[in-house]
Design a protein around this ligand. Structure first.
Ligand code: NAD
Length: 499
């Protein structure tokens, strides 16, 4: 059995706590490794060392820091297959989807290559007689990233790229279910020239998260995971005086208007509802057809498409559409929620329970399920299922459909399918959700915008990656300077680089 490590001071370091968490291959259901769970003392040593490394890193000029990102990006590209294989092995998603996971993280690193432009300050010449006023953006110090299982490459990269290039050191605490990708990313960052100690990967569970939240040296916490944990982390980090941005769960609705291209809408729902086994915070889990005719026509189009989906292991060939869910507990929970939907009166059009795949009988597979005639009081509507289960809530009018989205506790993403620009515009303007798609099912903003939901999908006021990330990972210092007239230096005639 492979025993995984932490990544401290530029090398793999075995855990000393004697506590471990099992890492599974969800396709086979086998334990493939065990990851050490750090103690508060191990964390403290990693933080103290990061704090020392951060001083020199912060003093390194921004263009040199961005050059590390350039090499890091090139190395991620060169190692795309290896990273994707690690993602798929521990998470279960298909290889093309795992490559997408790496790619969307890489795109954030690409923006970080141009970070000096975003880290520039402000300057007012002659703000008063002989007075100049300027504002600098300075790194925070040592910050922490705490990440979920569902994007083992992308979300650690969202966290580490902006934090590091802004001159911070980072303690990354990846999900204990998918720890290996973060270790490989840390190795690649070292190869790209990141000084040892600036990025420490400390594995662990709640014990280590609490120690991060209570540690005096940690200045900021970037969290992504489920809503109850996001809210807890936000509260505890804030009460300890730390900056925190904590992104939580989701229940994303897609409105399908009577004038929509229903084939395109159905295709979009298949990808957004069942891709990655529905384990995406931007998955569409609620289809909201407007009008009974639209609903009937939509279900008619969804059924044959769902029946064609192939579920299997990531090694199962190019035609596998999605893989297993992350754990046996998750599989059981999804099956229980499906049963609750049936009990509470929803119409189970396609039942994905009891899927068995030959040779993978112990894998954590759930087949695709489709519900029709779901109502907002049902548990399958209220809970984030985080599995391959698409629910349909029929709506009589656009206003009712909009109200449904607005009344939902979550506000991560939403989409509308329509041929009418006026309706689309009204929806985008009025809906209380952070990311909106118009004839676009998963509106994850590109890396030069920022990502974040509203309501119970996010706690804190700045979004992740893009311009907001550089604000989150820096603090502003404003200087008012007065220089009295005096001796001027002689001229410098040579033209040279500043570094
Ligand atoms: P999770 O909340 O169980 O775990 C996230 C992280 O928190 C992990 O590193 C875990 O070790 C840690 N953690 C778990 N329980 C803890 C506790 N009691 N105290 C302190 N730390 C704890 O989430 P998950 O199951 O890994 O990920 C799936 C969830 O993440 C879904 O709800 C999904 O919607 C959400 N998610 C949100 C976004 C977003 O940007 N909004 C993106 C991806 C995933």
């Amino acid at each position: 059995m492979e025993e995984l490590s932490h990544w401290i001071d530029g090398k793999e370091v075995k855990g000393t706590s004697g506590r471990f968490s099992d890492v599974y291959n969800p396709a086979t259901g086998e334990v493939i490794a065990r990851v050490p769970l750090a103690t508060a003392a191990e964390l403290d040593a990693a933080i103290q060392s990061a704090a020392r490394a951060q001083v020199t890193w912060a003093a390194t000029n921004p263009q040199r820091r961005s050059r590390v990102m350039m090499k890091f990006g090139a190395l991620i590209n060169d190692n795309m297959d290896k990273l994707a294989e690690l993602v798929s092995r521990e998470h279960g998603k298909t290889l093309p989807d795992a490559k997408g996971d790496v790619q969307r993280g890489l795109e954030v690193i690409e923006v970080c290559m141009g970070a000096p432009a975003m880290l520039k300050g402000e300057y007012t010449d002659n703000a008063g007689p002989g007075i100049d006023l300027y504002a600098m953006r300075q790194p925070l110090g040592v910050v922490a990233g705490i990440t979920p299982f569902n994007f083992p490459a992308m979300i650690p990269l969202w966290k580490m790229g902006p934090a590091l290039v802004a001159g911070n050191a980072m303690i990354l605490k990846p999900s204990e279910r998918v720890p290996s990708t973060s270790i490989l990313l840390a190795k690649l960052a070292q190869e790209a020239g990141l000084p040892d100690g600036v990025l420490q990967v400390v594995n662990g569970d709640k014990e280590i998260v609490d120690a991060i939240l209570d540690h005096d040296v940690i200045q900021a916490v970037g969290f992504v995971g489920s809503t109850p944990i996001a809210q807890y982390i936000y509260g505890r980090a804030a009460s300890n005086g730390k900056r925190a941005q904590c992104f939580g769960g989701a229940k994303n609705h897609m409105l399908i208007m009577p004038d929509a291209d229903l084939d395109k809408a159905a295709d979009a729902l298949i990808g957004a509802g069942y891709g990655a086994a529905g384990e995406r915070c931007m998955a569409i889990s609620v289809a909201v057809p407007v009008g009974q005719k639209t609903a009937d026509a939509l279900i008619e189009r969804l059924v044959p498409r769902i029946e064609k989906l192939k579920v299997g292991p990531y090694t199962g060939g190019d035609d596998v559409d999605f893989g297993p869910v992350i754990t046996k507990a998750s599989q059981d929970r999804i099956n229980r929620l499906i049963a609750s939907g049936v009990d509470q009166g929803a119409e189970l059009v396609i039942d994905g329970r009891d899927l068995k795949i030959q040779g993978y009988e112990n894998g954590f597979f759930c087949g695709p399920s489709l519900f029709d005639r779901v109502t907002p009081d049902m548990e399958i509507y209220r809970e984030e299922i985080f599995g391959p289960v698409l629910t349909t809530v029929r709506s009589d009018s656009y206003e009712d459909a909009l109200k449904l989205v607005m009344d939902n506790d979550y506000g991560n993403g939403t989409a509308i399918y329509t041929a009418d620009g006026d309706t689309a515009r009204d929806f985008a303007s009025r809906v209380n959700v952070g990311m909106v798609g118009i004839n676009f099912p998963i509106p994850v903003p590109l890396s030069y915008y920022s990502f974040g939901g509203w309501k119970k999908s996010a706690f804190g006021d700045l979004n992740q990656y893009g311009p907001d990330a550089f604000r989150f990972y820096t603090k502003t210092k404003t200087v008012t300077a007065r220089w009295f007239s005096g001796i001027k230096d002689g001229a410098a005639l040579n033209f040279k680089a500043l570094d």
